[in-house]
Design a protein around this ligand. Structure first.
Ligand code: DGJ
Length: 733
């Protein structure tokens, strides 16, 4: 029974295989949070809570005999807060009533328990169909303003995951203006915690950072109209003693690709509150009488056994219930992408030459990147004009695709649908289709402007353009790029008092377009991209099973980028390519083997001018592809372990993939810092069967699972620039 309600104690208990979440209806009807942690068998965890009146935390009420009738809301652990009624910590909601009042106070009204999981209208959410999932919906309302909220909790028993979202509704007679509508408020009554978050920049996304919480509000957010390179909509609260393998931690991830905000506050009682949702700065939403507003979904992964398990719980859920169903568990093509091979400088002959060499090496798919359309010879023209540039490709896309198909490869293409260049026919015909403030020239970034995806006419134009392209040629893949942060959040089709809706409507519009497209073309493989990994989030993964992880293809930098990404997202979602050496972004030279080992950690491919390679290098690439075929199921379905992480400060990194039945394990070890007279690199494996015997592939060396896990393995000292090895262990008996 994954959701249980005890009416006598007014206690909800939500249980997964190893975790439990408890909620209580307080004496006055407020919805209180009791517990989220390791399973406690339904035991009422209310005993944990001690109450003490504290100065300047008002609102408590006591009977004549001194017994407590009502706690101060400023001290209570709550499921979703009101605003302006005495809780001075971070709020879940901010709303202005028709009379100008801003206070909101929510009380329990009703609840229902459903089998399955309803979708969230207009937003991607974890898929409930086919999964063993139950949903609790608790309705709270404010009798004074008429504002209400339905809190949804979906319990994925076998995944140890709980998802949450909020649906605000207006039962009053006039419109209410929402100024903040969080997806989740999660109170942990007892600290201390550390915060792990993922910061970065273009070409250096998702760098893990771990900090001790102080008595302050820590904010991780994006105002860029995209989840961003700079912060990811994912935070982890971990006990200070929590490591990869032990200790408690809780991941909080938002399924949203637009501006977001995660706030974490440690308060006067050392309690910790986390609130996550749409970025509230510059956000407003007019909630008319009778209307509903749905927030994006937050996905919680609690582990009592360390960060590694928390990650693996996310990985399984995302692979099974977030990625588009047609691509779940499916082999991904090894691709060659034209970008770092040719940038904008190509014609048909050059592309076909690259494709011919790729096909001879055993590559599955040729992807034509930016530069094939409109007047696109540089980044200052063409975006929006999704028709082929016949000067570069006289036979059009269909002839190119046909020729590539004849070489035995499939064909994919690059697009950046949400953007437009000033120098484009689209902008010349529809200057009002962009985000721009009246009377102000919109700020340019990468010479481009942003289409107003909230407009139906814009979305219809884009759907028709993509549909026409897909019908015109055998295109099996689209790289869906997004190369600037948003600005000038003003839509020509919204009235002035509703301009605060523009950023969220942009995101809803993009999701609607992706939804329409993926329904029309369910087998189309979309690789998300935003100047690399600027929109690496669950919202995009719902439509695109892989995302170009970073514009930085340097394998050593990629180790940290991919490791940071792995805390929340499975390896099979990370687009990762072997590129040229010296690397085009960092200038660093690395061996081809090392570039292969790092790129094989995700959705594998190549992105370099194959014509510049020696015969010996080409032979190595053939061997790499053959090796990848041998291990790709481990990357796709294996459980992932960070064996030696960037946070360990060692001169090498190590990671492991283990098949669910523990029959095979792949270990990758990359030296990042060669030292003179160095100690032997040493790692212990994880997730094997203790009593099984494993053979090290390609050798006659046998090990017991216990030996590999508890004794570990040592490698000879690795010298030189960035050497890397892969070790494949296969169970024999
Ligand atoms: C940014 C992407 O991340 C690159 O891989 C490439 O597609 C360029 N855009 C093309 O403009």
């Amino acid at each position: 029974m994954s959701i249980h309600y005890d009416d006598t104690r007014k206690l909800f208990s939500l249980t997964t295989a190893h975790t439990e979440y408890q909620i209580k209806i307080g004496p006055e009807g407020r919805l209180l949070h009791l517990y989220y942690g390791k399973k406690v068998g339904g035991f009422d965890m209310g005993y944990l809570r001690h109450y003490q009146d504290r100065g300047f935390s008002g609102g408590s009420r006591r009977a004549k005999d001194g017994s407590l009738l009502e706690e101060s809301v400023d001290l209570a652990a709550q499921e979703y807060t009101g605003n302006g009624v005495g809780d001075y910590r971070i709020t879940s909601v901010s709303a202005v009533s028709p009379d100008g009042s801003r206070s909101v106070d929510f009380y329990y009204r009703s609840h229902e328990i459903l089998s399955g999981k309803p979708e969230i209208p207009g937003l991607p959410s974890v898929r409930g169909d086919g999964a063993d999932v139950k949903t609790l919906r608790i309705t709270l309302s404010d009798p004074v303003t008429g504002l209400g909220v339905i809190l949804s909790y979906s319990v994925f028993d076998a995944y140890d995951i709980i998802t949450r979202s909020a649906e605000l509704f207006n039962e009053g007679s006039g419109a209410i203006r929402l100024e903040k509508a969080a997806s989740l408020c999660l109170d942990f009554p007892n600290g201390p915690f550390e915060l792990i978050h993922f910061h970065g920049r273009h070409c250096m996304e998702r760098q893990p950072e771990r900090v001790r919480l102080t008595h302050a509000i820590h904010t991780v957010s994006s105002r860029r109209g995209m989840s961003s390179h700079h912060h990811n909509p994912f935070v982890i609260l971990a006990r200070p003693s929590c490591t990869e393998e032990s200790g408690e931690c809780c991941g909080i991830m938002l399924m949203y690709s637009g501006s977001f905000k995660a706030e974490i506050e440690q308060d006067q009682e050392d309690s910790v509150r986390a609130v996550i949702g749409i970025q509230d700065e510059n956000f407003t939403w007019e909630l008319k009488s009778g209307a509903h507003f749905c927030t994006p979904e937050a996905v919680l992964s609690f582990s009592a056994d360390g960060l590694g398990l928390m990650s693996r719980q996310y990985h399984r859920l995302i692979r099974d219930l977030v990625l588009p169903p047609r691509h779940r568990g499916k082999k991904r093509p090894v691709l060659i992408n034209s970008w770092e091979a040719a940038y904008f400088d190509f014609d048909e002959e050059k592309l076909l030459h690259l494709a011919q060499q790729a096909s001879e090496l055993g590559i599955d798919m040729f992807v034509l990147d930016d530069g094939w359309f409109g007047k696109r010879n540089f980044d200052d023209a063409g975006l929006g004009d999704w028709t082929v540039n016949l000067e570069k490709l006289p036979g059009g896309i269909s002839s190119l695709a046909e020729q590539i198909n004849r070489m035995g490869m499939s064909f994919g293409i690059w697009m950046e649908p949400e953007m437009v260049n000033e120098d484009s026919d689209l902008f010349r015909s529809h200057p009002d289709w962009i985000l721009a403030d009246p009377g102000r020239r919109p700020s340019l970034a990468r010479n481009q402007m942003v289409l107003d995806m909230g407009r139906k006419d814009v979305r219809d134009y884009l759907f028709d353009a993509i549909d026409t392209l897909l019908r015109s040629a055998n295109i099996e893949y689209i790289k869906w790029d997004f190369n600037r942060s948003l600005s000038n959040f003003y839509s020509a089709v919204l009235p002035k008092e509703r301009q605060g809706e523009t950023a969220h409507r942009f995101m809803l519009g993009t999701y609607e377009l992706l939804d329409r497209l993926t329904k029309a073309y369910p087998d189309l493989l979309i690789e998300g991209c935003s100047g690399g990994g600027g929109r690496f989030d669950l919202g995009m993964l719902y439509y695109s099973p892989q995302i170009w992880c970073s514009d930085n293809t340097d394998p050593i930098a990629r180790l940290t980028i991919q490791e940071g990404t792995s805390y929340g997202y499975p390896p099979c979602t990370m687009g990762s390519h072997v590129s040229a050496s010296p690397n085009h972004q960092s200038g660093r030279s690395t061996p081809l083997e090392t570039r292969g080992v790092t790129a094989m950690c995700g959705a594998f491919g190549y992105e370099l001018d194959l014509g510049r390679l020696s015969d010996e290098e080409k032979e190595k690439i053939r061997e790499q592809i053959a090796y990848y075929r041998k291990i790709e199921h481990l990357i796709r379905e294996g459980s992932y372990y960070r064996l030696v992480s960037v946070l360990d400060g060692m001169p090498f990194r190590a990671f492991e993939y283990v098949l669910p039945d523990a029959s095979e394990a792949l270990v990758g070890i990359v030296t990042t810092d060669a030292e003179a007279n160095a100690p032997f690199p040493f790692v212990t494996l994880k997730g094997l069967e203790e009593n099984a015997v494993y053979r090290l592939d390609g050798t006659d060396r046998l090990f017991s699972g216990a030996a590999l896990m508890y004794g570990g393995i040592t490698l000879p000292v690795q010298t030189g620039d960035y050497p890397a090895v892969q070790l494949l262990f296969r169970r024999e008996a």
